[in-house]
Design a protein around this ligand. Structure first.
Ligand code: ZN
Length: 492
């Protein structure tokens, strides 16, 4: 490859404020009947006046802070004029030369991707294309949209995808958007041009639209790199300012139109809205609203609990999961103090932390998460309280239950939310829950069957089967066969 890609992203994120950007309409219209969350303002009736939603302004500033941008002291709204059926006023209220946030960056794999700007605008209506007609649902018209524009600094399709995923996480952590790409809460256009490696000259950039999944972003950029490289190889240049659409089914980009210049939009200041003056007091108030970022949490998880990078990532990729894990750990810390161990609280925690926290990570990431996923539920809705999950971990930690039994108990806890100790009692698993007692039983069986053991060591597979059978009989079928096999092998 003689060329390197230069990629920039333009991202639109719907803010989940209670009401719309410039009117009091309910902002959850996507779940409602079409054209039911509308009013004269968001449908652009003559004589109406917009009113700024302060929550949206606060959230834009908040995200600007999290993304290390410069918050404007003075900002304003502008009209962006274009004609399209989804735009009831014939213009969109947006921000042109004085965006609410300028600059900033987001760090991806130790590389700072710089931002151009962040501004606020209103979303358009949704067009529903039928066979011979197009219907318009105005519920979405007027939803606050945050537009984030990166500098053309992204180097690979993979990096573009990671950038978007991290951005989604940031929105979710700050609680300003569900940022679900499939639902259109987070939408992305990508600019891409190639340049000869080491060269400085900027080549014509192509804009790709209709990217509605992370995978689509990655695939479309990969496709475009190949397409443009081929053009350059054939001494043909890509068209200036071309817009292409992504066809996910065919896996290709398709020429759409030549992009408008900013002058085509005839931007001018919105005369119906006062300019925004953002004072120190407001900035300080918003600073206090700022929640821990996913980056900070990953770092803290690694430092405080010594999670490795995969564990930290798996636990923090879902904000609710990270809360849950921390609550469980905190419960376990309290539990340790009830055991009457020697030392100060800090010493006791230090002594047991590593192993306990490792168990929490394993059982949440590999087991609980799987059960939650398979049942199509969410971690914040599950019946197992962090306290009960902590108790469950403490039983494993004390070797009171084996890993096999623990899995069965966890599944039951997930269904009923019951206390793990109750489940053990109810199911009469008490006696056999003790791995030690099973071990004793197995050792006894091994001792009284020396011939069979010898056969096993010579490689006779059914010798083991015989021992398992004996053990099942001895334990009256209360034990899991797999567990017996594992333990037997271990002892042998
Ligand atoms: Zn409205």
């Amino acid at each position: 490859m003689k060329y390197e890609p230069v990629i920039g992203l333009e991202i639109h994120i719907q803010l989940k404020t209670k009401s719309k950007m410039f009117c009091a309409c309910d902002n959850t219209g996507e779940d409602k009947e079409p054209n039911t969350t509308i009013c004269p303002i968001c449908t652009g009736q003559p004589g109406t006046l917009p009113v700024i939603n302060n929550q949206a302004i606060d959230w834009a500033i908040l995200i600007g802070m999290v993304l290390n941008g410069k918050i404007a002291k003075f900002s304003k709204f502008d009209r962006k004029n274009y004609f399209y059926p989804d735009l009831p006023k014939g213009y969109q209220i947006s921000q042109y030369d004085l965006p609410i946030v300028s600059g900033g960056y987001l760090e991806i794999n130790n590389r700072k991707i710089k931002l151009e700007r962040i501004h606020l605008e209103e979303d358009a209506a949704k067009l529903i294309h039928k066979k011979n007609s197009t219907l318009i649902d105005f519920n979405r018209a007027g939803t606050p949209l945050l537009e984030i524009v990166t500098k053309p600094e992204i180097k690979t399709p993979q990096e573009a995808k990671l950038f978007l995923q991290e951005l989604r996480l940031i929105m979710r952590y700050q609680g300003v958007s569900c940022a679900d790409m499939e639902k259109g809460h987070l939408r992305c256009d990508a600019n891409i041009s190639l340049r000869p490696i080491g060269g400085k000259k900027l080549y014509p950039k192509i804009e790709i639209k209709n990217l509605n999944s992370f995978k689509a972003v990655e695939r479309a950029l990969e496709y475009e790199i190949k397409r443009q490289a081929k053009l350059w190889e054939e001494n043909k240049a890509p068209k200036e300012q071309e817009t292409r659409g992504w066809d996910d089914a065919k896996g290709v980009t398709i020429e759409q139109r030549t992009k408008e210049e900013a002058s085509d939009y005839r931007y001018f200041p919105e005369p119906d809205l006062p300019p925004l003056k953002i004072g120190e007091e407001r900035i300080n108030k918003i600073k206090r609203m700022k929640r821990e970022t996913p980056q900070a949490k990953r770092k803290r998880f690694a430092e405080e609990y010594e999670f490795n990078s995969e564990e930290s990532k798996a636990l923090t990729d879902d904000r609710d999961l990270s809360y849950y894990a921390e609550q469980v750990i905190s419960e376990l810390r309290t539990w340790l103090l009830t055991l009457g161990l020697e030392g100060t609280e800090e010493e006791i925690w230090k002594e047991n932390k590593r192993k306990l926290v490792k168990l929490v990570a394993n059982w949440i990431i590999n087991r609980l998460n799987k059960i939650v996923d398979e049942s199509d539920s969410l971690i914040k809705e599950i019946k197992i309280t962090p306290a009960r999950f902590a108790k469950f971990i403490s039983l494993i930690y004390q070797n009171k239950i084996t890993s096999n039994l623990a899995q069965r108990i966890l599944e039951k806890m997930f269904k009923t939310g019951s206390d793990p100790e109750h489940i053990i009692e109810e199911d009469d698993l008490t006696q056999m829950s003790d791995e030690k007692s099973l071990q004793e039983t197995l050792k006894k069986i091994i001792k009284s069957n020396p011939k069979v053991v010898e056969d096993y060591k010579k490689g006779k597979a059914n010798a083991l089967q015989f021992l398992v059978g004996q053990a099942m009989k001895e334990t009256k079928g209360k034990m899991d066969a797999r567990q017996i096999v594992n333990l037997l092998k271990e002892i042998l």
